[in-house]
Design a protein around this ligand. Structure first.
Ligand code: COI
Length: 355
C-alpha cells in the first residue's frame, strides 16, 4: 500500500540534515495541532482483547452517529512526549505510566484496554513513523495523544459494543501563551472539576468539556487557567484544568493527594521523585486554600505544561502574589526533568526509552 511504501521510505537512514525534519516553522510552535503524517488504529469488541493495530496516514475516522463516545462520553485520552537529544536520538518518557493509567481508566469506563506492551509498542511505532516530526533539540517535543473510545453504536445507555484505540501526534512547544512566564490562576467557586466517586482520577474525556465554561470566563478576565476547589467543602485546592498543582513552603513541597478527584499525573509523580532526590520533603495531602497566602512558591505540572511557575492566584477578589526573584525551586525541578527527558542528564531511573 502507499502508506507501507512511505513507511519503508521513512525508516531509511537519513542522508542529510534537510531530510531529518518535516517542513514545520520550528521557531513558532505553540500548542496548536500540526498533525504528524501517521496515526495508529486498533479496534476490538467490548468483550475481547485488543490484538493488532495498523499505521495509516493521519485523517478523519468514520463513526456511527450512535457511537458510545459521541452519545455517552465513553472515552479516555492520554498524553506523552518524544524528545530529541542533542545528538539526534529520540527519547520517550515513561510511556508505560500512561499505559497503566489508561488501563485504570478503561476499567472505570467499562472498556477493554490495550496491554501495557501493546500500548508502549504502539507509541514506539507511531513515533518512529513520525520521526521527522520530532522537533530539533530545544525547539519542543512531539506530543503523542493516545485515545481509547467506545466507537461502536449503542442507543440504550451501556458500554459500546466496539472500542477503538488510536494514537495521533503533533509537534508542540509551550502549552500556555505566556510561554515560560509565570501563570496567573483564578480560583473557581461556582463550577467544580470532579466530585468524590466521579471520574476525576482517570483521564476521562468527560473531565474536560465541563471546565471549558470556567476557563473561558477566566481567560476573558486575563487569567491563564483555573484552579478548582474540592467539590464538598470548597476549601481544599485540587487541580488546574490542564495540570496538577504544587505548593512549596520552606523545604516542604506539597501536592493534593490522589483521592479519586485528582489526576495521577506522570509529570506530577516524576517531579515528586526528583524533588525528594534533591533533598526536599514531599507530601501528598489535602491543602487548604488558606495556606496559599503563606506559600513561598506555587507551580503546576503536566505533560503538556511541563513545570510552570505560578505568579499569582486570585481568590474571592483577592490576588495573592508569589515572589519570582532568584532561582526558583520549580525551575530547578524543571531543568532536572527536561534534562532527563532530553538526554542532557544521565537517566539513572530508567525513565526514558530510546527508539
Ligand atoms: C497533558 O498534559 O498531556 C494533558 O493531557 C492536558 C491537556 C489539557 C493538554
Amino acid at each position: 500500500s502507499p502508506a507501507e511504501s512511505s513507511l519503508q521510505e521513512l525508516s531509511k537512514p537519513c542522508v542529510s540534515e534537510e531530510d531529518k525534519y518535516a517542513d514545520v516553522d520550528w521557531d513558532n510552535l505553540g500548542f496548536g495541532l500540526t498533525p504528524a503524517d501517521y496515526m495508529f488504529v486498533m479496534k476490538c469488541s467490548k468483550d475481547e482483547n485488543f490484538r493488532t493495530g495498523q499505521i495509516s496516514p493521519f485523517g478523519n475516522i468514520e463513526l456511527s452517529p450512535s457511537a458510545g463516545v459521541l452519545n455517552y462520553g465513553q472515552g479516555l485520552y492520554e498524553g506523552t512526549k518524544a524528545n530529541r537529544t542533542d545528538d539526534g536520538r529520540i527519547l520517550l518518557f515513561r510511556p508505560e505510566q500512561n499505559a497503566m493509567r489508561m488501563k485504570r481508566g478503561a476499567e472505570r469506563l467499562c472498556m477493554p484496554s490495550p496491554s501495557i506492551d501493546q500500548f508502549v509498542d504502539a507509541v514506539k511505532e507511531i513515533t518512529l513513523a513520525n520521526k521527522h516530526w520530532v522537533p530539533p533539540p530545544g525547539k519542543g517535543s512531539l506530543y503523542i495523544r493516545p485515545l481509547l473510545i467506545g466507537s461502536g453504536p449503542i442507543l440504550g445507555l451501556g458500554p459500546a459494543p466496539e472500542c477503538t484505540f488510536l494514537i495521533y501526534a503533533s509537534p508542540v512547544r509551550n502549552y500556555f501563551k505566556e510561554g515560560t512566564a509565570p501563570l496567573n490562576l483564578y480560583i473557581e467557586e461556582e463550577f467544580v472539576r470532579a466530585s468524590p466517586g466521579g471520574a476525576g482520577g482517570v483521564k476521562s474525556i468527560t473531565n474536560y468539556a465541563p471546565v471549558l465554561k470556567a476557563i473561558t470566563k477566566a481567560k476573558g478576565r486575563g487569567f491563564s487557567d483555573v484552579l478548582y476547589l474540592d467539590a464538598v467543602n470548597k476549601k481544599y485546592i485540587e487541580e488546574v484544568s490542564s495540570c496538577n498543582i504544587f505548593v512549596l513552603k520552606g523545604n516542604l513541597i506539597s501536592t493534593p493527594a490522589t483521592i479519586g478527584t485528582i489526576l495521577e499525573g506522570v509529570t506530577r509523580k516524576s517531579v515528586m521523585e526528583i524533588a525528594k532526590d534533591l533533598g526536599y520533603q514531599v507530601e501528598e495531602r489535602q491543602i487548604l486554600v488558606d495556606e496559599l497566602v503563606d506559600a513561598d512558591e506555587v507551580f503546576c505540572t503536566g505533560t503538556a505544561v511541563g513545570v510552570a511557575p505560578v505568579g499569582s492566584i486570585t481568590h474571592q477578589n483577592k490576588r495573592i502574589e508569589f515572589k519570582m526573584e532568584g532561582q526558583l525551586v520549580c525551575q530547578k525541578l524543571y531543568s532536572t526533568l527536561v534534562g532527563i527527558q532530553t538526554g542532557v542528564i544521565e537517566d539513572k531511573k530508567g525513565w526514558t526509552i530510546e527508539i
